[in-house]
Structure formats: structure tokens, C-alpha cells
Ligand binder design. Sequence first.
Ligand code: 0WD
Length: 269
Amino acid sequence: MGLFTGKKGLVFGIANDHSIAWSITQNLQAEGADMAFTHLPDKDPERPRMERRLRKLVDDFDRFIMPCDVTNEQDLDAVFARAKEEFGQIDFVLHSIAYAPMEDLKGPVHAVSRDGFKLSMEISCYSLISLAHRAREIMAPGGNILSLTYLGGEKVIPGYNIMGVCKAALESTVEYLASELGPESFRVNALSAGPLKTLSSSAVGEFDQMVKLYSAFSPMRRNVTHDEVGKTGMWLMSDHASGVSGETLHVDCGYHIMGAPPHDAHLED
Ligand code: 0WD
């Protein structure tokens, strides 16, 4: 019997096999979770690239797959209506979504466009609110929501720019949602992952430099792995973490505690 035997949930944000949501999904599946997945709607229905990539990964075990652009209310309503139909109630929602237009992400923050700011906040932060609002209607007692964040929401990480502002808002949102949904027995948490090579992170400036910094600065003198983030994400959503809510849990080999480089840090190549 697995930690997720009999548990049902929705996963938002698998773009491909490098996605953090995929690492968490693999661990959920190994523990017996029953899941449905969404992908970004394909622009060309003749060539459904996003759907195909997701299907390749989850085809053997998904309950259903649906397109969902989180900026589209109808898409969101359709996913939750289908989840209610298929599952009755759900036990967890994984929110692993972020976006900023490239020209705004490149920074500086003071030059971000009004439209770029709105879209980045809408997809990277408001989407959690819109998922939570719908999820609570069909969540089983003890259910929970997990979102993904990064240290750039707490401290200035050069190159992270507008996404840092979005993550600060997201982490605050996690706390307000946890406070509001707690009396209904629901938990809301964030996992703050160290830098991992994915589609999204390849758009963030100085990503390779960040990975080097983690290896040199973090207490464990290495960067975190996809599987470590996957395991901890699964754990946070499991009943083993039933007393944890409103938390931003760092899974970053301890990097976030450092205020200055360790004595043995070598930053050269
Ligand atoms: O180093 C990293 N990779 C870290 C990522 C460190 C710490 C946190 N994170 C966060 C990201 O900010 C994000 O919130 O983890 C989350 C997942 O990111 P990921 O796994 O690094 O990236 P990726 O595999 O690209 O998944 C993010 C997905 C999108 O992928 P693409 O690359 O196609 O934009 O977010 C989804 C989409 O699947 N997404 C949307 N979903 C629905 N509606 C939308 C949208 N409008 N926009 C993006």
C-alpha cells in the first residue's frame, strides 16, 4: 500500500520530462496516486506538440488529459468539471506553472512593461488563486495544494528579475490561502527548489552561473537533483506532512541559509 493509494489529484505544469511537475508526478505515481493532467493548449490542432509530449509520459496511468491555459476561465472550469465527474472529490492539486514574456524577463525590473507585468503575475501567481478557488469545491477533507517557487522571491537573484516579484507574490498568496482554507481542513504549501535545468529555467538569465554558485556556496556543496525535489514534493502532499501548511519549504541543499561564501568556495571555472 502506497502513501497515495486511494488518493486522487490534478497536476498542472508538465511540459516535458525535465519538468519539476514530472519529477513529483513520478513519485506520486510510485505511491499509488490516481491523477489527471493538463497541458498548454496547442496552437496548431494538426500538430498537438504539447499534448503529445504529455501523453508520452503519462499515457499508461492518467485518468484524463486536458488542455488548459490558466488565463482562460472556461479552460479552468472545464478541467474542474471533468475532475468532479471522474473523481467525485480530489485530494491534491499540484501547481507547477510560471511564465513571463522574454523581453520582460530579461529585465531590468524597472523597465518591465505594464502588459508584461500583468501577464506574468496572472500566469505565475493569480493562477494559484484560481485553482484554489475551484479546488476547494471538490476537495476531500485533508486535501492540499502545492505550488513551486524559487529563492528569487525572497532575495534578489540577478537575472531572475520580474519572476522574483511574481514569486514573492506567490509565496504570500500561499500563506493567505493556507490561512483561509485551513479551517476547511485544507493545506496549502510551496516548495522552493534549487535551480534545475528545465524549459522554463533555460529562459532565466545566468542559470548556469547559479548552478555553479549552488555547488560552491550551499552547505552540501552541490546542487539539488530533480528526484530530490520530486520526492520532497510528493512528501509535502502526502499525509506524512498533514501538519504542514502555509510553508515555503526549501529543497536547495541548504543554499538559502548562507549569508556569505563558505571559506572553501572556489568560484573560478
Ligand atoms: O530551476 C527551476 N527550474 C525552478 C523552477 C526552480 C524553482 C522553482 N521553479 C518553478 C517555476 O518557476 C515554475 O513555477 O517550478 C515551476 C515549474 O517550472 P519548471 O518545471 O522549471 O518548468 P517547465 O517544465 O517549463 O514547466 C512550467 C510550465 C510551462 O511550461 P512551458 O515551458 O511550456 O511554458 O508552466 C506551464 C507550462 O506547461 N504554463 C502554463 N500552464 C497553463 N497555462 C501557462 C499557462 N498560461 N504558462 C506556462
